[in-house]
Design a protein around this ligand. Structure first.
Ligand code: PMP
Length: 325
C-alpha cells in the first residue's frame, strides 16, 4: 500500500528548500541556548520586508498564536467574539481559551461569509474575525466589500482579518488590507509562514495593526517563545522569495488542474483562491470519503456539509482524480 496522501491540513506539499533546511541544521547545534527573549530581530526583518515600521508588527506561534495574543488583549471575560460559521476550527477554540462568548453567524449559500449579519452581530461583541480567503470554502471577499465592512465595525471592536492563504490569491484579487490600518486602527491583519511559505512546523505567524493595538497585543507575548530555528527558517525563506514564489505558482496551477478535472467529472467545486478546494456536496460526503480512501487519499470530511481537499503534489492530485473521476 503506498504512503497515504495527507490532504487534510492545507499544508505545502513540498519539503523545505535546501537553503532553509541547511540553515535550520546549522543552528540545531546550539539548541542548548535560549532564543532571544522577545523575537525583536525577526520582527525587524519582517517589518522591513513589509515596508512598515516594526512597531506595527507582532509575531507569534503561528498566526493562531498571534490571534490568541490579540484576543487576550481585546476580549473581556464574557465579551462576544463574532465570526462566520462554518469556518477555521481554531476560532471557537480561541473563544474558549479567552472566555469569550461565541457569536457564530451562518454562512450564506455558496460558502460566503455574511458580512451584513456580521456587521450587526459586532454591535454586541469585543472582536470579530473574517477569514479571507475563507477556510474551508476557499471563497474570497472582494476588497471593496471588505473595506466597507471594516468601516461599519465600531472603533472599540477589534477586527481580525485572517489572511492565512493570501499568497495563493491572484494578484488582481488581492486586497491592500495593510493600507487600511491607517484609517482603521482597530484592524489586525494576520498572516502566516505555515502555508505558502511551507514552514508549518516552525510555528511563525505575524500580525500587522496600528502601533497602539500592536503594543497591547505584544504584552501577551510569552518570553522565549519563538525558537531560533524558526527565526532562521523565516529569515532564509524571505531571502529565497523567487524560488518560493515559483512553488506557489505550481500549487496554483495544480489547483486549477484539479478543480477542472473534478468539475468535468460532475462534482460541484467552488472557485478557490487558496491551496485547497471545497467540494460542495453535502449529500455525498461519505461516498467521497470512501472513494478517496480507496486511492490512499485523506481529506477533511465535514459530514453532511462538504469535503475540503488540500492541493497536493502531482502524484497526490492524480490519485484524487483517479478516485473521483
Ligand atoms: N488561519 C486559517 C484560516 C487557517 O486555515 C490556518 C491553518 N489551518 C491558520 C490560520 C493557522 O495557521 P498557523 O497557526 O500555522 O499560522
Amino acid at each position: 500500500m503506498p504512503r497515504p496522501h495527507r490532504l487534510t491540513l492545507n499544508e505545502h506539499p513540498l519539503p523545505p528548500l535546501d537553503s532553509v533546511a541547511a540553515e535550520i541544521a546549522r543552528h540545531a547545534t546550539a539548541v542548548n541556548r535560549y532564543p532571544e527573549f522577545y523575537p525583536e530581530r525577526l520582527r525587524g526583518i519582517v517589518a522591513d520586508w513589509l515596508g512598515l515600521p516594526g512597531e506595527q508588527v507582532v509575531l507569534g506561534a503561528g498566526s493562531v498564536g498571534v490571534a490568541l495574543q490579540a484576543l487576550q488583549a481585546g476580549v473581556s471575560a464574557g465579551g462576544g467574539l463574532a465570526y462566520g460559521w462554518r469556518n477555521f476550527d481554531a476560532y471557537p477554540l480561541l473563544a474558549g481559551m479567552v472566555g469569550a462568548r461565541r457569536i457564530e453567524v451562518p454562512l450564506l449559500p455558496g460558502g460566503h461569509q455574511d458580512l451584513d449579519a456580521l456587521a450587526k452581530a459586532v454591535q454586541d461583541a469585543d472582536a470579530v474575525i473574517v477569514c479571507n480567503p475563507h477556510n474551508p470554502t476557499g471563497r474570497l471577499v472582494p476588497g471593496d466589500e471588505l473595506k466597507e465592512f471594516v468601516g461599519r465595525v465600531p472603533e472599540h471592536v477589534l477586527v481580525v482579518l485572517d489572511e492565512a492563504y493570501i499568497e495563493f490569491v491572484a494578484p488582481s484579487g488581492r486586497t491592500d488590507s495593510l493600507r487600511w490600518i491607517r484609517e482603521f486602527p482597530n484592524l489586525l491583519v494576520l498572516r502566516t509562514f505555515s502555508k505558502a511559505w511551507g514552514l508549518a512546523d516552525m510555528r511563525v505567524g505575524y500580525g500587522v495593526t496600528s502601533p497602539e493595538w500592536a503594543a497591547r497585543i505584544r504584552r501577551h507575548q510569552l518570553p522565549y517563545s519563538l525558537s531560533t530555528l524558526s527565526a532562521v527558517a523565516v529569515e532564509t525563506s524571505l531571502r529565497a522569495r523567487p524560488e518560493l514564489e515559483e512553488r506557489i505558482a505550481v500549487i496554483v496551477g495544480e489547483r486549477e488542474r484539479l478543480a477542472g478535472g473534478l468539475a468535468r467529472g460532475g462534482w460541484e467545486v467552488l472557485p478557490s483562491q487558496t491551496n485547497f478546494l471545497w467540494l460542495d456536496e453535502p449529500e455525498r460526503t461519505e461516498e467521497i470519503r470512501l472513494a478517496l480512501e480507496s486511492e490512499g487519499v485523506q481529506a477533511r470530511v465535514y459530514a453532511g456539509e462538504g469535503v475540503r481537499l488540500t492541493v497536493g503534489d502531482t502524484d497526490a492530485n492524480d490519485s484524487v482524480l483517479r478516485a473521483l473521476v
